[in-house]
Design a protein around this ligand. Structure first.
Ligand code: CU
Length: 283
């Protein structure tokens, strides 16, 4: 019986150390998707908070499992214990109800507030914004993502609607992605920016994020879209300085000049005669 009391205490202490230690480690560990945009940062914060709330519960379950399988085996209780031991045990009931209430209500309040107020980057809408204006950093730069079997192309309506095969974005500029598809359902995933949006034909899916770290990133399709879905990824998406961005835009504008007359006018969705056909480009 004494062994049992000691073992209970040891399991309890190990659980407290694991719960606190794990939560501290989480706070300092790298949490996906990272800090490459305001949206990614807010997603990382949400994941961190959920993990911080879940880890003590998860480690308590492991501790209880250990107690049941090991301690009960080595130092069995003298009398049979059943759930009836909880009846009338006000302390256990209070701790149980208050703890779960606090955990669940905190997560609910945080989630509701984060959704209700426009936390930078969480603004996701399916309504179309008006067509773009020349940009400043507080005014979003519209960038269209056009998915098609099996590649993404991008259009920059603020710069004459040029179309490119590579995604380049200016750092610290609010980007309003408009995601659409020309054929089947795809999904645009710019993981590092925390941006993931379905690309659906005849739909304009809008998601906003401000990239905050210059770098080279991966974008990929995350919706099975046919034979070469697995190849629908690009490791050369870039976030660059404002001056590098305007140099790149100028370069692309020059490259696109000969084919601009074949491009359909910029639109939030493409269909029918507005849908670019390969034959159009034939000389
Ligand atoms: Cu795809």
């Amino acid at each position: 019986m004494r062994n049992r009391a000691t073992a209970t205490r040891v399991v309890l202490i190990v659980w407290i150390v694991a719960a606190v230690g794990g939560d501290v480690a989480l706070a300092f560990g790298p949490i996906p998707p990272g800090q490459a945009s305001d949206l990614a940062s807010s997603e990382s914060l949400t994941i961190l908070l959920l993990a911080e709330a879940a880890w003590p519960v998860f480690s308590a379950v492991l501790a209880a499992l250990f107690f049941t399988l090991v301690v009960n085996k080595i130092a069995p209780p003298t009398a049979e214990v059943s759930a009836s031991a909880l009846r009338g045990n006000t302390r256990v009931q209070t701790v149980w109800i208050v703890t779960t209430l606090v955990v669940v209500l905190s997560i609910a309040v945080y989630g509701t507030v984060a959704l209700a107020i426009d936390v930078p980057g969480t603004g996701i809408s399916t309504t179309s914004a008006s067509l773009p204006m020349p940009t400043s950093t507080d005014q979003p730069l519209e960038v269209q993502v056009i998915a098609q079997q099996w590649w993404f192309t991008y259009r920059y309506p603020a710069y004459g609607g040029i179309e490119t095969a590579q995604l380049v974005l200016p750092v610290n500029q609010k980007i309003q992605f408009h995601v659409t598809s020309l054929d089947v359902i795809h999904s645009f995933n710019f993981y590092a920016l925390g941006v993931k949006a379905d690309a659906v034909p005849l739909n304009d899916n809008v998601i906003t994020a401000t990239p905050t770290q210059v770098g080279t990133y991966r974008v990929q399709c995350t919706e099975l879209c046919g034979l070469w879905h697995g190849n629908m990824a690009d490791n050369t998406a870039m976030v660059v300085s404002a001056s590098d961005f305007s140099a790149w835009i100028q370069e692309q504008t020059a490259l696109d000049a000969p084919i601009m007359k074949y491009l359909p006018p910029y639109s939030h969705t493409y269909s029918g005669s507005n849908l670019p056909q390969p034959g159009v480009y034939a000389p």
